[in-house]
Write a protein that binds this ligand. Structure first.
Ligand code: PLP
Length: 443
């Protein structure tokens, strides 16, 4: 990796606040450079996706080789490319659930849309013609297409578009901070959430609900780590009504939590798993739905009665994206990226805790694996909602550090190849940004 030229004391001139985009022209390892030649350590892994860092030579070579060999062939009807088939085999070997089939798409949202359709189709195959409702969580993020955006539990994704569609229903967010605010123990909080889900299912009618979708850890909603008993209990309720459990591992898949899949780590048994981002380390757009064997068997039997699954994309299983994804998965396995994250995550949490825990205007610090966050007290220090987040982020950028603000939360999600030392540099830059914002606070 090229040495990072930033120092803690000499912030470079921040990009002017204009409507002009901030243009990045090059990346290597953990660092990207903008058009003006300024360098930035990327503590957000692009958008939680460049897990193996920038310009990984093996990924570049895999793309070039496949471009020369077979740049495109559609996976459609019963024809496909060898590389798409091989990637499906790789995923079947790695998958944390007994696998039926893999369905390829191009983005996280498309994978989630496809999972909804698979859930609807599954119920249709069983003669359940009224099961169309999809449950999701407030502050969950599943993408911005009309369907995935309807499942996303963030107002700004809905506003102006008439979303969510009527058959999409959100349940309360399992944010442990809500328990604290309400003075509830974690167990009581989970009891309430599960009770709410039970009552909702009874009120809507179980035979109208197709699936429940959720992230193991809510990422874009601000790194929310549900209490450990929450998903096992939700899963038990869903199973009782044969409401399919779709686990959105778009962020968590392939090592970010310190396991290949959060499914295994949290001992979950979803019916469908969606993956994207880390699948190709973001070098090519590709996503997938991992379809569990039980669901696939039902679909295989039922489709003879109701006709083929009428869904797919021109670029499903695109050979170049598939070749890059195969190489990315090979690196993740060979270099034991999940193990590296497991070993290094305590250094990330320690650095963040040392820098922020108990400090002025800081609400809390939390994280799991390489997915961490600092949340500032909204409305504190004379600031409006979201101002802590945007100020600290802007000051971090000025110091050569890319982080992401969600309201008053700063997300820190380094590429999964980051060393403890590199992570400490990232956190030191972030702390310096916070101290600079603090210095501008009226006492
Ligand atoms: N699911 C999760 C958990 C995500 O974080 C995202 C994107 O950030 C998506 C789905 C949507 O992925 P995409 O932007 O590729 O459609």
């Amino acid at each position: 990796m090229a040495p990072h030229p930033s120092t803690l004391l000499e912030p470079h001139t921040p990009p002017a606040v204009t409507t002009e985009p901030h243009v990045i022209v090059r990346g290597e390892g953990l660092t990207v450079w903008d058009r003006e030649g300024r360098s930035y350590l990327d503590a957000t892994s692009g958008m939680l996706c460049t897990n193996l860092g920038y310009s990984q030579p093996r990924l570049v070579r895999a793309a070039a080789r496949q471009m020369a060999e077979l740049p495109f062939f559609a996976s459609f009807a019963h024809r496909t490319s060898d590389v798409a088939l091989a990637l499906a085999d790789d995923l079947a070997r790695l998958a944390p659930l007994p696998m039926g089939r893999t369905f390829f798409a191009n983005s996280g949202a498309e994978a989630n849309d496809s999972a909804f359709k698979l859930a609807w189709y599954y119920h249709q195959c069983l003669g359940r013609h009224d099961r169309f409702k999809i449950l999701s969580q407030e502050r969950g993020y599943h993408g911005t297409t009309v369907a995935a955006g309807s499942a996303t539990g963030l107002d700004f994704i809905h506003r102006g578009f008439g979303l969510p569609l009527p058959s999409y229903i959100q349940v309360p967010c399992p944010d442990p901070h809500s328990a604290l605010r309400q003075g509830l123990t974690e167990d009581d909080f989970v009891d309430r959430l599960v009770d709410h889900l039970e009552r909702l299912i009874a009120a809507e009618g179980p035979d109208t609900i197709a699936a429940f979708i959720a992230e193991p850890i809510l990422g874009a909603g601000g790194v929310i780590i549900p209490p450990s008993t929450y998903y096992p209990r939700v899963q038990e309720v869903l199973a009782r009504h044969d409401i399919l459990f779709i686990l959105d591992e778009v962020v968590t898949g392939f090592g970010r939590t310190g396991a290949m899949f959060a499914t295994t780590e949290f001992d979950l048994s979803p019916d469908l798993i969606t993956v994207a981002k880390g699948l190709s380390s973001a070098y090519a757009p590709i996503s997938a739905v991992l379809v569990g064997r039980r669901i696939m068997n039902t679909i295989a039997d039922g489709s003879r009665a109701i006709g083929a699954f009428g869904h797919g994309f021109t670029y499903s299983g695109h050979p170049v994206a598939a070749a890059v994804a195969r190489e990315a998965l090979a690196i993740v396995v060979e270099e034991d990226i999940p193990g590296h994250v497991r070993e290094t995550a305590p250094a990330l949490m320690k650095a963040l805790a040392d820098a922020f825990h108990g400090k002025d205007f800081v609400r809390d610090v939390r994280g799991h694996g390489f997915l961490a966050a600092v949340t500032f007290l909204t409305g504190s220090g004379g600031r409006q909602e979201g101002e802590w987040g945007s100020q600290v982020m802007a000051k971090a950028v000025a110091r050569g550090l890319l982080v992401r603000a969600v309201g008053d939360t700063i997300i820190v999600a380094p590429p999964l190849i980051s060393t403890a030392e590199q992570i400490e540099t990232m956190v030191a830059l972030l702390e310096n940004a916070y101290r600079s914002a603090l210095a501008e606070t009226d006492s």
